[in-house]
Ligand binder design. Structure first.
Ligand SMILES: [Fe+2]
Length: 420
């Protein structure tokens, strides 16, 4: 049921918003902004005249996929579009409330690069950004473009987009008054992710994840050509899926839920953290959460991410803290593949587990030693979903053979005390 004007005023007042500012620009205003934007040549990725002309020509149509480069991507049945005129006043007000909620937490807890990045884009006003304009700005500053999708897309397609520097975004705004959503929406995709593209090391690892996914798929296809029976086909597919899950964990603990040390202080850059005004302070200050310092140059630390399971339904139990952004440049596609391949041969960890060899910044009250989950399981004490999944996976694995492992994996195996 639509909100009454009294209710809308109450929402606006609660978030310190004047309803007059929730006024989306009309087409001629948006077109003028776009024209001025596309004419800018003193930007890292200037738009060619040819691309600018055709882009402007189609600006009266709903935005579907960025067309400012020669790259494209086939989104198949997940293809969507943003029809700016069909966004309701409530959509815009919901966005304005989220931006107002995020302002304080971002200013207090986000890293400096993220805050600077936000100022680069038209994402802090009281109305939802027009994707034609946002896409143009994103391309000019970073070389990435938007690809609108209808819902959560398969991870293979998600990373295929990354491979070609497209970022999948939804066109749906969370209902007014909703604080938390499990699925991504405009609030998460734009007000969480867009600023991170201006952190070159983060944008680069997103692309590298895309390349690593592509190579894992190619390798799987080659193996399938040689498969002799259904059993072998299933096993090859399962192996590839497993590698992708582990690569996804590295992505999750950095791009989505990463913290970074800055001037001896914990700051956030992960889009999953910063899009949530309540998880942001939790990630930095809560006594419940564990924070572990990692150096992506270290194979041991990358493996630590790859073998750690997590859940999407609650605040994270463990946050991994980068020592700096520069160290992320070591995360090449080759290293991602090497690490996830090795992760297959190790016992895995739940999101509450802490190892003696971890560089713990703060130990959360929700943490446990790796063995505790097996004890709890044996004694019928309920475990959370991520811990249960890991315990069952480890119990079902054959004995771990240290001879098959590299030095970093052996080191990690030694500090995971037991699977029994
Ligand atoms: Fe995300």
């Amino acid at each position: 049921m639509p909100f009454t004007s009294k209710q809308l005023k109450r929402f606006a007042k609660k978030h310190g918003i004047s309803l007059d500012t929730v006024s989306p620009p009309d087409f001629s205003e948006r077109r003028k902004t776009l024209e001025n934007l596309l004419a800018q040549q003193n930007v890292p990725f200037p738009v060619t005249r040819e691309h600018a002309l055709s882009y402007l020509e189609s600006s009266h149509l709903p935005f579907s996929l960025g067309t400012l480069s020669d790259k494209s991507i086939n989104l198949g049945k997940y293809q969507n579009h943003q029809d700016y005129n069909s966004l309701s006043f409530e959509d815009h007000l919901s966005w304005a409330c989220l931006i107002a909620n995020q302002k304080e937490t971002k200013e207090r807890y986000a890293c400096i690069e993220y805050l600077r990045g936000e100022d680069t884009f038209p994402i802090k006003s009281s109305v939802i950004p027009d994707y034609h304009i946002l896409n143009a700005r994103l391309y000019q500053q970073t070389g990435w473009q938007l690809a609108t999708v209808s819902t959560i897309i398969p991870s293979s397609l998600f990373f295929q987009c990354h491979r070609h520097k497209f970022f999948p975004v939804t066109t749906f705004m969370r209902p007014l008054g909703t604080d938390y959503l499990e699925e991504p929406d405009i609030g998460h995709d734009l007000a969480g992710h867009i600023a991170t593209f201006t952190i070159p090391q983060v944008a680069e690892i997103m692309k590298n994840h895309g390349i690593a996914h592509e190579r894992i798929f190619e390798s799987m296809k080659k193996q399938l050509l040689k498969a002799k029976n259904e059993e072998e086909i299933d096993s090859i597919k399962l192996d590839a899926e497993e590698l992708l899950v582990y690569a996804g964990r590295i992505y999750w603990f950095t791009v989505e839920f990463g913290l970074v040390m800055q001037n001896d202080r914990l700051t956030a850059f992960g889009a999953g953290i910063l899009s949530s005004p309540s998880e942001t302070p939790h990630s930095i200050e809560s006594a419940e959460a564990t924070r572990i310092l990692i150096d992506p140059n270290s194979d041991r630390d990358l493996l630590r991410l790859a073998i750690t399971d997590y859940s999407i339904n609650e605040y994270q139990k463990t946050y991994f803290v980068l020592k700096d952004f520069e160290s992320l440049t070591s995360l090449t596609p080759e290293r991602i593949i090497d690490v996830v391949t090795e992760a297959k041969h190790l016992p895995h960890l739940g999101w509450r587990d802490i190892l003696d060899s971890d560089h713990v910044i703060s130990r959360g009250t929700d943490s446990m030693s790796p063995d505790e989950k097996y004890e709890n399981l044996a004694n019928g004490i309920p475990l959370d979903e991520a811990s249960t999944r890991v315990a069952l996976r480890n119990i079902g694995m054959p004995e771990y053979n240290p001879q098959r492992l590299g030095p970093a994996a052996k080191l990690l195996l030694n500090s995971i005390s037991s699977k029994n």
